[in-house]
Ligand binder design. Structure first.
Ligand code: NAP
Length: 544
């Protein structure tokens, strides 16, 4: 960014992203009297729910819990149509929030922030967008989500393909009609597992290319009943308060027994009940499924047996039954009739665990030495999670050090909130915070409150600059890893570990000690006078 370029405007805070983080942040900052600009690369609000419009997209956290708690009227009035909401309903909610709190007019849509450079002299961030606008801000806040940079594998010959290609993470806005088509789906993570059953209903034929089978639990989704909604709405305040200290930021039945402390019949009965009830609460069937190998083995085998029971072709069932990594250590999937879909005549499974897809041809693709012809290819191949979107912006801190350079061996943050050498740069649900290992909206609200409270603290105290101390950051980075390595999580090649992106450093990125534990750490940090953070008061030069 050229120094001669005069900033066109200056504000207190520039926010990137109009998903659930950005919307709440904008609302709070404006209410507190901070001047803001919010840039959003999409044409509308909703973040992940704006982009992930693939057929079958649905949240696997119950809507009564996957929703904002900051406004009592909002949570009392909003009618969720289903227990687990579909993407269009969540997007409608995000739009409602934007209108209800008059946020839309403060957002620049279809605008990407390309660069943000911290200028030590003025203590301001100089920001540049792809529309050519330049502005400065005291605070630069990345509210860009954890899984927002879709990854399409660099397959040989992909550009020669004559059919249509789609990625679940950047799905077209208009309906795609697959009627009569032969389609390929590559990828069997949460997105693939949700979309395959729906695509199979419409397409003439679906061929699924599976590199790693995933554990998936039926959602048992159902229409919302008035009674169920009221059971939440009467007492929402207390329930939300409890959620904020719950291990995953959600209320669910947690069994505080070891899987090994009960008889075989009680263990199986417990799994049966959880399977029948559905949802990702399956891994809370016992208190040590994610920390003890033998306990995990019992849960993993139970799910494999369910798959063997559901899928009629025993070879297909065996290919779909995950082995070699513990249940829950890759994101546990939640589905509607996923395994049942393989009993359809128009669905085939191709195992590519031994050899990757060889190449794409003008008509289809080659895998396992066989050529397959397709009208369309759907990539459900995931995201460059946690860091990818932060690196898409050329963020440079003190002495022009690039964030990407500082994090070359993996993300380094204090509390997942800030990183040393990048004053007044905040990340909402950044790496090193519970983020994706929690109900995202619970964690988003906590981070937004913490960031806005910090800004108010600085304003009240006449402070100009906030930055983590390097020692505090180093200790936190180590602590995040120590906690992760007490669990079975590091055993899996998951995107939590950066394992889905070739060349990405392998380390566990979210903080896994739990939402309540993390919140208490943050509360203590504030009570101890923002322990681990360094502040500087306004100086004459910076105030100019
Ligand atoms: P994902 O979990 O990363 O799954 C990507 C899939 O594509 C995996 O099966 C992966 O195989 C496969 N893949 C990647 N590159 C490949 C290649 N070159 N060749 C063949 N296969 C390849 O991505 P996702 O399904 O989009 O989900 C990402 C996250 O988004 C989820 O974990 C979840 O946090 C969130 N999400 C949530 C919901 C929900 O609330 N229900 C729905 C969708 C997504 P490997 O496993 O071998 O890498």
């Amino acid at each position: 960014m050229s120094d001669e370029l005069k900033a066109a405007s200056s504000v207190d805070a520039v926010i990137v992203g109009a998903g659930f983080s950005g919307l709440y942040l904008l609302h709070r900052l404006r209410k507190l009297g901070f001047s803001t600009r919010l840039f959003e690369r999409g044409g509308g609000v909703g973040g992940t729910w704006y982009w992930n419009r693939y057929p079958g997209a649905r949240c696997d956290v119950e809507s009564m819990q996957y929703s904002y708690s900051f406004d009592e009227d909002l949570q009392q009035e909003w009618p969720w149509p289903e227990k687990f909401s579909a993407q269009p309903d969540i997007l409608a909610y995000a739009n409602h929030v934007a209108d209800r709190f008059e946020l839309r007019r403060h957002i620049d849509f279809d605008t990407e922030v390309n660069a943000a450079h911290f200028e030590s002299g003025s203590r301001r961030w100089k920001i540049e967008t792809d529309s050519g606008e330049r502005l400065t801000a005291k605070y630069f806040i990345m509210a860009t989500g954890c899984i927002s940079t879709a990854q399409t594998p660099k397959l040989n010959g992909l550009t020669s393909y004559r059919g249509n290609t789609y990625h679940t993470g950047s799905w077209p806005h208009e309906k795609v009609d697959f009627t009569g088509q032969r389609i390929a789906v590559i990828g069997t993570g949460s997105s693939g597992i949700q979309t395959i059953p729906v695509l199979a209903e419409e397409a003439a034929h679906v061929t699924v290319f599976q590199r790693t089978p995933n554990y998936s639990i039926p959602s048992r989704n159902e229409p919302m009943t008035l009674e169920y909604a009221d059971s939440w709405k009467n007492g929402y305040q207390e329930k939300r308060a409890e959620m904020r200290y719950a291990p995953n930021g959600v209320l669910r039945e947690f069994n505080n027994k070891s899987a090994l402390s009960v008889s075989e019949s009680e263990r199986q009965a417990t799994y049966e009940t959880r399977w029948k009830n559905g949802g990702s609460g399956f891994v809370a069937a016992f208190n040590n499924i994610l920390t003890d190998q033998a306990s995990n083995d019992s849960a993993s085998e139970f799910v494999r047996n369910q798959i063997r029971r559901i899928v009629k072709n025993s070879e297909t069932a065996e290919l779909l039954a995950p082995k070699g990594y513990p249940i829950g250590t890759k994101r546990l999937c939640v589905d509607s009739d996923y395994f049942e879909t393989y009993n359809r005549d128009n669905v085939d499974l191709v195992d590519i665990s031994d050899a990757p897809i060889d190449r794409v041809t003008p008509e289809g693709l080659v895998a396992n030495s066989q050529h397959y012809t397709f009208d369309s290819i759907v990539f459900a191949t995931g995201f460059d999670a946690m860091t990818g979107t932060l690196f898409n912006v050329d963020i440079r801190g003190t002495d022009s050090v690039a964030l990407k350079k500082k994090w070359y061996a993996g993300p380094r943050t204090y509390l997942g909130l800030m990183t040393a050498g990048f004053p007044n740069l905040f990340m909402i649900t950044g790496p090193g915070s519970p983020s994706v290992k929690s109900n995202m909206i619970t964690s988003i609200e906590q981070h937004v409150d913490l960031v806005t409270d910090s800004l108010v603290h600085m304003r009240d105290q006449g402070l100009d600059l906030m930055e983590p101390e390097l020692d505090a950051e180093n200790d936190w980075v180590e602590h995040v890893q120590v906690v992760a390595h007490k669990t079975l999580f590091p055993q899996a090649n998951s995107w939590y570990m950066g394992a889905n992106i070739p060349g990405k450093p392998r380390l566990f990125m979210p903080y896994i000690a739990g939402v309540g534990v993390y919140r208490e750490i943050c509360e203590k940090m504030v009570a101890d006078g923002y322990a681990g953070f360094h502040f500087e008061a306004k100086t004459a030069i910076a105030a100019e």
